[in-house]
Design a protein around this ligand. Structure first.
Ligand code: HEM
Length: 146
């Protein structure tokens, strides 16, 4: 890639890194809220989240973890975008898909903790992450073969 391609990749890279660190920040805040009741106080756990092993508690715990993990993955993804050789369109689809995964995964998990049918939305962020990573792996293979 060169010229306009490099500029576009640099812009997308920065966007994924900025989004990733912002999501990580939200994940810390999310974890701090969980921390107010997760270890027997200082606050009382809401009834639906009182049991560590219950489905609602697992869902909010996973939402916190999703913020942390997909935040870091977006940062890594941003760094990789500048190193792979793919069309501008593919780079854009990959970048957008990874951001979509980071937005929707914690949202659907949190909503599902309150209303379980939201769990049926989870394949959307999972598929978005799958697409993003598949594009990245393809780009890495192309670079190695070049
Ligand atoms: C920096 C501030 C953080 C705070 C305040 C925080 C808070 C919490 C709390 C309160 C729990 C327990 C949730 C529960 O009992 O249901 C938890 C679980 C967890 N957190 Fe965090 N967390 C932080 C950072 C992180 C980071 C950086 C990661 C990973 C990169 C992470 C990954 C996890 C995982 C995997 C669990 C589940 C642990 C288990 O079930 O044994 N957290 N966090």
């Amino acid at each position: 890639m060169s010229g306009a391609g490099d500029t576009q990749a640099a812009g997308l890279s920065r966007r994924n890194r900025k989004f990733g660190w912002s999501l990580f920040l939200i994940g810390i805040l999310y974890g701090m809220v969980l921390g107010t009741f997760a270890f027997n106080g200082p606050l009382h756990a809401p009834a639906r989240f009182a049991d560590y092993a219950s489905l609602p508690r697992r869902l909010i715990r996973f939402a916190h973890i999703a913020c942390m993990a997909l935040g870091l993955v977006n940062v890594l993804y941003g760094h990789e975008l500048e190193r792979i050789r793919l069309s501008a369109r593919m780079l854009r689809i990959g970048s957008n898909s990874m951001i979509l995964a980071g937005v929707l995964m914690p949202i659907f998990l949190t909503l599902a903790a309150f209303q379980l049918p939201w769990k049926y939305g989870l394949p959307i962020p999972a598929t978005a992450a799958l697409i993003a990573v598949a594009i990245l792996v393809r780009g890495l293979n192309q670079k190695e073969g070049a």
